[in-house]
Structure formats: structure tokens, C-alpha cells
Design a protein around this ligand. Sequence first.
Ligand code: CU
Length: 430
Amino acid sequence: MRAPLPFDPHGHDLPRLSDLADRLAADDASAPRDRDSATRPVLVLRPPMLTTSPDDDLAVSSRRVFLARASTLSLALPGIGAALAACSPSGGARGDSTRSQAAGTAQRASADTQDALRHHNSDSKLDTAVVKGGRPGSSAPAGGTGAGSTATYHRFDPTLPPLAAERTIRLNWRSMEAPVRIRPDTVVAAWTFEGDIPGPIVHCRVGDTVEFTLTNESAVPHSMDFHAAQIDPKVAFRSVVKGQSVSYTFKPRWAGAFMYHCGTAPVLMHIGSGMFGALVVSPREPLPPAKEFVLVQNEFYLSEAANGVRPFDYNKMLTTLPDYMAFNGRPNQYIDQPIHVKVGDRVRFWIVNCGPTHPCAFHVVGEQFDTMYLGAPPGTPIRGVQTWDVPAGGGMCFELMCDIPGEFPFVNHGFGHAQKGAIGFLVVEA
Ligand SMILES: [Cu+2]
């Protein structure tokens, strides 16, 4: 029998992860099924205007998904299994107070949306886009989506793109609506830069010139806010309507991992619907050679599917209880298709947390970061880090040496969020 962990409040023996997975597999026999899949455990969907907490259903189903996958990994994840067991709600332990609290939050969120719509002022830079042309509080276009079946699932390549020989980076991007398949059984009605979540990963050096143009092809006004730019936001980050463009130029002054995002109000809706990405700025003097990867964390707040596509749900964004979390836009994608390196490789993770709300407590199970940069590399490295919080809107650089072979889970150590998809595998081959 496993000894009780120090943080087990009841002092009970904790079930093994494999036991939990078996139990959940049995539960699945009576679990609700996705209309598109007879085998995959899924979420119980609520109407867009929430009156009860979605979290109970979500927690159960995502725990099933995670544990079903993790059960095959139980040898690699004993600590995670114990932590999951300790954190799992037992029976109705969370109780009605959580539920009624969340219901109250959702109703307030609904009221907030109505309030936002009432105070909509199309002349204001900060209020340009309370969903013109769509359903209030939803990313769904007015004409419906219906293009979900054409969106194919693909792994988002986490490899940092190489630096260009040119010292001027020219980016001509479109803001556009697009169906994005974030899981094999889930297509979302996204607002995007260049048609994917996240937007393109950009790599440049300190002092390079970035010449940026955004052309809006969407019915909703959009804009672009590069955190790596020091520039008058009222001018450069202004919103443009369909068919118009905005252009500006900047030179990143600091190295680091920087978020970019649409800054059109309500910003929560625009970031929350997929309009974000990462710009990695390398220092003038190259860092030590490494295998470099970019992980962009985000949250998904989705409403019920229409024509096979799930719109984003502004009310749910206000509750801050996501359906899924992801690195690079697809929950659990690097569990299914891990990141591979070799013994002797130095690995450098550029972590950008696009939120819109929650932090990313970045950690690699079975490893330690020998070097971590809170600010601009190579200045003031922090040594010997186990976990560090990357805040929403922030980016940091984490390095480790791969001394031994194995499968090392990288996680958001806020495990409610790892269970919802902010997790993957770094496979170190001998
Ligand atoms: Cu936008």
C-alpha cells in the first residue's frame, strides 16, 4: 500500500493511477458520447448562456482522458498519479457551494456581456469590436460556420524557426476567421492571425527591424499588439475594419520570448478566440547551441457545437473556467506526438503564456532547469530551477541538459491545467 502523502488532508491511502484509470474506463461505459465519435469520452455541453458550472463535467471528462492516456505512462508518472489522485474530487466533495458560486459567476458574466453591448461605442478605440457581424458573446460568424469538416488536424511544430540572414523581417499578415481542429474530434470557430492557433512563430535578433502589416479580412475589427515593440499603441495598435490595413515598424530592444495579440476590445474575447502568438528575440551574441522549442500556452472556452464547429464563449471566458488548456493550440498534442531530442542535447524552451487569464507553472518532470531567464538572456541567469510561473502576457526562457535517456513530461504544474491539456513529452533518445 502506498503511504499517505503529506498533503493528503484525510490521511487516506491514495489509489494508484492505474486503478483510477481502470475505474474511469468503467465509468465511461455510461458516459455521454460525442456525436462524432462513439469511442472518445467527451464533455457534456451547456448552452452558451451558462446557468450552472461546466466545470464538474469538464473535470470528470478531462480527467478520464488524461488518466486513460497517463495509465500507459504510470511508470513514468508516479508523482503525477499521486498528485492527480490527491487533487481529484472524491464523490461530490466539491459540493454545491462550488456549483452555486460558479453559477452566480456565470450569471454575472452574462450580465457583464449585456453591459458591454449596451456601452458599445464604435468610435472608441477601446470598444471597437463587441462582435459586430456575429452572435453577441460568441466567435461564430453571423452566417454560421459549417466549414468544420474541412479543417484537418495537424501537430503544431514547436521548433523555433531559424534566424533569417536578413536583418529586416517583413510580415504581411491577415486577420481572418477560420475553423481550426484543436483535437481530432473538436473544431473551433477561431479568430486568427494567418488561419491557425497560435499565429506564426517569429524569430529575430535584438536590433533587427520588424516591418509589420496587418490586413483585416474579417467582419470584426482587429489589431496587433507586439509586446516586443516600444511604440505609441494608440497609433500602431489601432483597430482596422474589414478590407483595411495597419502598418508599423519596430526594433526589439530586448531578447526574450514575447507575446503578440489582437488588442481590440474586448481584448479578452479577441485573445480568447485565438488571436495570439509568439515572437522570440535572440540576443545579439548567440546563446550556447541548443535544440530550441517554443511553447505557447492558452486556454479554450467553448460553447456548444453548431454544424460541427464550437464557437468561443465570452461568458465562459469571464468565468475563467476553461474547457481545455494547450501548448501550441492543441490540448495534449505532445503527449500523442512528443518532442524528440538526444542525450547530450541542451534544450531551450521559450515559453509564452497567452492566457488570456491563467499562469503557466512550467516544469519538466524528472529534470531541473540548470539555467532560466526571467528577463532577457543572457543577462542574470537563475540556476537550478524546478518550476517557474510564466504569467499571462509573459514569456521566459528555460534551459536543461539532457544527460540521460527517457520520457520527461513537461507540464503546467498547476495540475488542473495540465489535466485540461497543458502537458507533453520530451523524449530523450540514447
Ligand atoms: Cu481581434
